[in-house]
Write a protein that binds this ligand. Structure first.
Ligand code: DGL
Length: 265
């Protein structure tokens, strides 16, 4: 199948996290056609092994390949950290991992101490630390895993007292390091910004989705892959389980109309 400018852009994540990226990209590229897949049956990815993550990602990439995508946005830090290197040369469409290009941009900022909140699998890979220090070896990095946060977000429990306590525990640990910036290194974490900003000013947090969306647009433009049609694009959402729960939790960032469940994941 030939990739065309009006071929869709695929997005995937373990669940609603990637919607924070999708929403940013859609805002600046409204004419594109989109396909989003949330692997809710297999979430949380942050607690899976590299072998499991590779298997999930290959299934999703194959699904998106069959949809004739021109690009896949890995709207998931965990697979960007653990799987991207293993699959990046295996497909004939553009692949955008979130960590690598965003870490490059962050490393050019005039800051020396950076905190990272991420899933256990992302922290174990030290992908953020490696990518930041590759570009600027003077940066001090502290990576803290937050295993309970993804489930809080998937369950739409951001406003509960237990969510507040879970965030407070990690913020207390992080603030002892006195970071100049804190990266929300999991696409689910921006859903917790209201709680996070109870403990530190909003401008300390970096939501990588914002920078990432600009990077994607720039690269598609440079490769002459942007959709030239002058009309609003289409969108399709799919999950591997619990569509109604997904719709409800995602609504903090994006209103989804319909969302079928796919069985083969
Ligand atoms: N939202 C994903 C990430 O950015 C995965 C979270 C999970 O399922 O553990 O890492």
């Amino acid at each position: 199948m030939t990739r065309l400018n009006n071929s869709p852009i695929g997005f995937f994540d373990s669940g609603v996290g990637g919607v924070t990226v999708f929403e940013q990209v859609k805002k600046i590229l409204p004419n594109e056609n989109y396909i989003y897949f949330g692997d809710t049956k297999n979430m949380p990815y942050g607690e899976k092994t590299p072998e499991q993550l590779l298997e999930f990602a290959v299934n999703i990439f194959d699904f998106l390949k069959n949809k004739n995508v021109k690009a896949v946005v890995m709207a998931c830090n965990t697979t960007s950290a653990v799987v991207y290197d293993k699959i990046k040369d295996k497909y004939h469409f553009e692949i955008y991992p979130i960590i690598q290009p965003v870490a490059k941009k962050i490393s050019q900022m005039p800051v020396k101490k950076i905190g990272i909140f991420a899933t256990p699998a992302t922290v174990n890979s030290h992908c953020y630390k490696k990518e930041l220090q590759k570009n600027n070896p003077d940066i001090e990095v502290l990576e803290i895993p937050c295993p309970s946060w993804v489930k809080i977000v998937e369950n739409g429990e951001e406003k509960t007292e237990s969510a507040r306590l879970a965030v407070k525990e990690k913020m207390d640990e992080m603030l002892k390091f006195s970071p100049e910036k804190i990266v929300l290194g999991c696409t689910h974490y921006p859903y917790l910004l209201d709680v996070l900003t109870e403990f530190a000013p909003a401008n300390i947090f970096i939501n990588p989705s914002v920078e990432f969306a600009g990077i994607i647009k720039e690269d598609l433009w440079a490769k002459n892959l942007l959709n030239q049609q002058d009309m609003k694009g289409s969108e399709e959402f799919y999950v591997s389980a619990n569509p109604e729960k997904f719709k409800k939790s995602a609504s903090l960032f994006y209103q989804i109309k319909s969302i079928p469940t796919l069985k083969n994941f």
